[in-house]
Design a protein around this ligand. Sequence first.
Ligand code: DGJ
Length: 590
Amino acid sequence: MRMSRMIFACLLSAACAAGLSQAQTAAGVPHLQKQGDATQLVVDGKPFLILSGELTNNAATALAPMEPIWPKLVAGNLNTVLVGVSWAQFEPEEGKFNYTLVDGVIAKARENRMHLVFLWFGCWKNGTSSYPPYWVKKDYVRFPRIQIGEGKTVSISGPVELLSTLSDATRDADAAAFAALMQHIKEVDGTQHTVLMMQVENEVGVLRDSRDRSPAANKAFAGPVPSELMSYLQAHKDNLIPEFREVWAENGYKTSGTWEEVFGPGKPATLEIPIQTFDSLLGPLEHENSWQHLHWPSDEIFMAWNYAHFLEKVVKAGKAEYNIPMYVNAWLQQPNHAWPGTYPSGGPLPQVHDIWRAGAPDIDILAPDLYLEFFDDVCARFSRNGNPLFIPETSTNPANVIMAAGKYNTIGFSPFGIDGNRPIPPDLAAAYGILNQFSPMILAHQGTDSIAAVRLKQGDPPKQVKLGNYTLTLTYTGRSAHIAPQPKGQVAGSPDPSPAANPEPPLEAAAILIATGPDEYYFAGGGMRIDFTPNTPGPQNVGLGDVQLGNFVDGKWVVTRQIAGDDDAQGEILILRPYTIMRATVYRFP
Ligand code: DGJ
C-alpha cells in the first residue's frame, strides 16, 4: 500500500514538474519527464524504455540492403533502432532535400512495429567531417576547416577533414538542413511518433591536436572567456561537476580573463608533438579513471564551448520545427588516452558537461558511447546534475542493459553495429525479451526507492540490497543455477562447480529487483540466489509464500509456473534463473 501510494504521488509530481505545454503532452509527442530522480522518455502519454541497437554507419544509405536487417532486429526483440541520416544524401544540392531514405526507413520501421532514433550525420562524425555534401566539402573558403599543429590543414596521415566550429556559414548551413529534416519528420510522423529522439552530429571534437589553431580560433582563444559562460559558472558554482570545478578552483575562480587566465594552460606552444605520433601519445595515467583528469584544460574547455555554441543553434533550428528530445554523444576518453586530441577534444565528456550545459541549454541529453569496462562508473558520471542517461553505443553485454535500466534509470540502451554479420547474441535478445514485458513495471518504479539492480560476476562475494521491508542477499549461481547436492561443509543452494553442471561460459548475472508491496517482490534477469532478512521489527524468520515464474502479457502478470518442491529446495531457496521474471511473496514467523 505504502509503496503504490508513493509511486502515484511521484507520477503526479512528475506531470506537474514537467513544464511541458498541454498541446505537446496531449498530442503524445515524445518528450522527457521527471519521475523522482529519474528522467523518462514519454511517448503517446506513457513512459518508454528504448531497447535498441545502432546500425553500422552506412547501413541505411540505400533501402534494398536494409531488407534482410529488419527481421533480424525483430528477432532480437528490439523495440527501436538507431539509424544514421547522411547530410550528403539528404541535401545533395544546396536547398534541395531528398526525403526518400528517411521516408523509406520510417515506413519499414512501422511495418516492423519498431521505433526509430535518427542520427544526424551533419558537420561531424567521429570528430571528422566525412558526411557533409560535396558542395560543402569543396567550398573550403565558405566552409573553413580547422587547423592543427602550426597552422596545418594537412597532417602526415592525411588532410584534417574537420569543419571549423567558428564559421557562421557552416553553422547556418548545417542548421538549415537539420531544420528541414525535422520539418519533414513532423509532417510525416508528428501524429504517429515512430521517431522518438534525434542524435545531433556524432562524437564531435578535435582529433590530433587539443584545439583548433586557425587564425580565427587563435584570436578567440586569446580573447576573453564569453560573459555568458562566466555568468553560468558563477550561478552554478556550488553544483559544478567536481573534476571541472577543481580546474576553475586551481585558477582562483576568476570571473573574467582569457581562457588560459581563467582555466589554466592550454598545450604549451613550445611543446612539439609530431602529428603522426600524437595517436601514440599513450601511457599509464596516475588515475585509473582517467576521464576525471583534465590535461591542457583551457584547450578542451575552449573547444567544448565552441562545439556547444554551434550545436545549440542547430538544435534550436530543429526544435523550432519539431520539438522532440535531442542528444549529443561522446567518444569517451580511454584510460590510457591522457590528452585531448587523442580523444576528441571538446566533445561532451563529463569533465566539460558544465560547459556544454552553459553553451547548449536546448540539448536534452549528453550521452556516453560506452565501450569502457567501467560501465557502472560511466553511467554514474553521466547521471550527474540531472543529465538523463541514454546509451546510444555500447557492447552487447546483457548485464549492462539490466543495470542501466534498474539502477541508472536509463532512457535506452543500444549496442553498436547491431546489423553486423553475426546474429544478435541470444543472451541480448533474451534480456530484451524480458525487459520489453517488464518495462512498464520498471518505469513505474524508476526514480523511487522501491527498485534496485545488482550485477554479480562468477567469484564475486554475495551482495546485499535493502529493499522495502527486507534486506536481500544475492548470491551468484550462474547460468545453470543448478541446486547442488550438499557435500559436507557446503551451504545448501550454493552452485555446483562441476563442469557437467556448468557447461556454458560463465554468465554475468544481473537482475532488477522491485518491491511492489510490503511482502511482495518482482525480479527480472537472473543467475542468482535471493535470500530475505527482515529489516523492520517483528518476527525474524522468513518463509517463501507464492513463488511464480511468469510473463507480462499486455501489462498483466500471467503465471507460467508455480514454484515449490524441488524447484525451490522444498521452499527454502529462491533462485532466479537467467532471463526469467519471477514474483515472490514472503511471510514472517517467530
Ligand atoms: C563510434 C562511432 O560513433 C560509430 O559511428 C562507429 O564509427 C563506431 N565508433 C565504430 O566502432
